[in-house]
Design a protein around this ligand. Structure first.
Ligand code: ATP
Length: 217
């Protein structure tokens, strides 16, 4: 089976300064992979590069046999590839449900209703506050909504950028459960964290990133 993500010799430079250097990484289908590195190591840059949100040079950047370098961000969304940014970026004046549906509207995803039901099944607490405006939620609740929104398109490959960052202990336990359940549903996931406090329990394999260089561990 094709890997959910296969990266060979990926390089990113910003203002000619190399930020990611010769990154090689693989996410086998249905597996959860940890990407561990300190602040500034390059985790966010790598996720944005995979999503085509910044210029990248790679020998190979493939997902399930597709060349991601040939696809536009909306085409990635339609193929079930999605990214949850570290800063939640919800639209405060929209309701929770509207925030979750945004990527479906933006990318013309037809099965939005079914996906919404699946998401509410995974996180019934989000269904409970679906009509509240995002600005009325606590930081932790917003994190769940950001995950819900990423799951709207993201049914194949999901990139979670530091999902546990700034989340209170009770909620991070809940978040761990929800993320563990994603694997049962066959998603392939990259999960970044500055250390492996939360991800250790979740991931099948770990890559470490330091100053833009990735090593398998
Ligand atoms: P953090 O958790 O702090 O976001 P990170 O591992 O996600 O850490 P990145 O945000 O990917 O790290 O940053 C990697 C490096 O690239 C850092 O040294 C950062 O200063 C640099 N960098 C990122 N974006 C830019 C930019 N737009 N201009 C200049 N340098 C940048």
């Amino acid at each position: 089976m094709n890997a959910a993500l296969e990266i060979q010799s990926l390089n990113v430079a910003i203002d000619r300064i190399p930020i990611l250097r010769d990154v090689c990484l693989e996410v086998p289908a249905g597996k959860m992979v940890g990407l561990i590195g300190r602040n500034g190591a390059g985790k966010t840059t790598l996720m944005r590069a995979i999503m085509g949100l910044m210029p990248v040079k790679a020998e190979r950047l493939m997902s399930a046999g597709m060349d991601l370098q040939q696809l536009k961000p909306f085409q990635l969304a339609r193929r079930g590839i999605s990214y949850m940014p570290e800063d939640r970026r919800l639209i405060p004046s929209l309701t929770v449900e509207e925030n979750i549906l945004l990527p479906a509207w933006a990318n013309s995803i037809r099965e939005a209703k079914e996906r919404l039901e699946w998401i509410y099944g995974l996180m019934p607490e989000v269904a409970d506050f679906r009509d509240r405006r995002a600005l009325q939620l606590s930081g932790g609740q917003q994190k769940l909504v950001a995950l819900a929104r990423a799951l709207m398109p993201g049914h194949n490959l999901l990139l979670l950028d530091e999902p546990f960052e700034g989340v209170a202990p009770v909620l991070s336990q809940r978040l761990t459960e929800v993320i563990a359940n994603l694997r049962k549903d066959g998603l392939s996931v990259i999960l970044s964290e500055s250390d492996d406090v939360h991800s250790a329990k979740l991931v099948d394999l770990v890559y470490r990133i330091e100053r833009g260089v990735v090593t398998a561990r």
